[in-house]
Design a protein around this ligand. Sequence first.
Ligand code: NDP
Length: 398
Amino acid sequence: MAKVLIIGAGGVGNVVVKKCAQEKAVFTDILLASRTKEKCDAIAKDINHPSITTAKVDADQSSEVAALIKDFQPDIVINVALPYQDLAIMDACLETGVNYLDTANYEPPEEAKFEYKWQWAYQQRYQEAGIMAVLGCGFDPGVTGVFTAHALKHHFDEIHYLDIVDCNAGSHGHPFATNFNPEINIREITQKGKYYENNQWVEIDPFSIHRSVDYPEIGLKDSYVLYHEELESLVKNIPTIKRARFWMTFSQEYLTHLRVLQNVGLTSIEPIEYEGKQIVPLNFLKAVLPIPSSLGENYQGQTSIGCHIRGLKDGKQRTFYIYNNCDHAESYKEVGAQAISYTTGVPAMLGALLMVTGEWQGKGVFNVEQLNPDPFLEKLGKYGLPWHQLIDETPIFE
Ligand code: NDP
């Protein structure tokens, strides 16, 4: 029925392609393309699907992506390469008239800035071309936006307070490793924190706001406010929100390693000269850290990500909590990936499935909370991410 081009053969790409391959009736032809073709081949060789092929593409070059699209003629492009490639791939989709989906917003390589402005700028051109781009369809961003849209559609008249809480209570046995691309991850968490309150953004020092958050089936974990990209689109699309924050768990062990790496300059993205060559310290650090996709094998424990929401329903205050827990070892057993890659790859496949089956339709550039949450949440559990909601059963998340 649909042909899908998946770009990026890392931790998330591995999950997306395997989940697409499970839906043979929908994704009848799959092309997995990435910078290193051998990585695509290594993933594809374990997959049982009648029509799966691989290719090499440098997705920084829009013309290369466009050529691949013209040759393969996909119905949709799923971009799970790195955020740096978003605009080049969006350009290629525009040139060829093909729908687009990604899981992380564009980031300029020379500056750690997470903003939708570059991708939102495609709105008119995508509308005029009659094609659809769905931005940020992983877990966070992604499912967190769908959870919030579901809360607004079914349980609230007005949302006032939103706290997204993200816990990884898993243990991979390494003293220090990142769960997705180390460069992107460290750029995200070492920049200034930011949250939204009373129509403005409040900037804070990294890791300066912290509390113990109670996660279902896990218990209390140290959680820190940091900036996360879905906050930008959620406060724009749900203007009744008075305060929106994002919390993530970090162990003291992790924070100590990070502090040392920062203090010695290894997290910097400013190029330095080393033995006559320009290198970026953070790229070097990435090269010596464990590859995120290799962490799965011995990973134990769960992730738990959810949205604490407060607001009004029928004139009364309501508390609402909606979440998913995902087990690292079970994810590994199913697709050979840890839960961070799994919780990103499943929603990307599902978003693409809804687009090619027409359940999500539109012309222009969309964040997930602008789309109908019902078909997505109806199927999310079936594809491996069951979710739960508690209405007026949780204490107020102040
Ligand atoms: P990895 O680093 O494991 O994989 C990235 C892949 O992209 C690699 O195969 C890499 O190729 C490929 N790639 C990089 N540059 C290019 C290029 N110029 N052309 C073609 N391919 C390229 O990252 P992850 O799989 O962990 O993450 C993938 C995406 O998912 C990232 O954008 C990340 O931010 C996002 N993400 C989103 C989350 C969410 O919940 N929304 C959570 C986690 C991740 P090579 O192997 O040759 O380097």
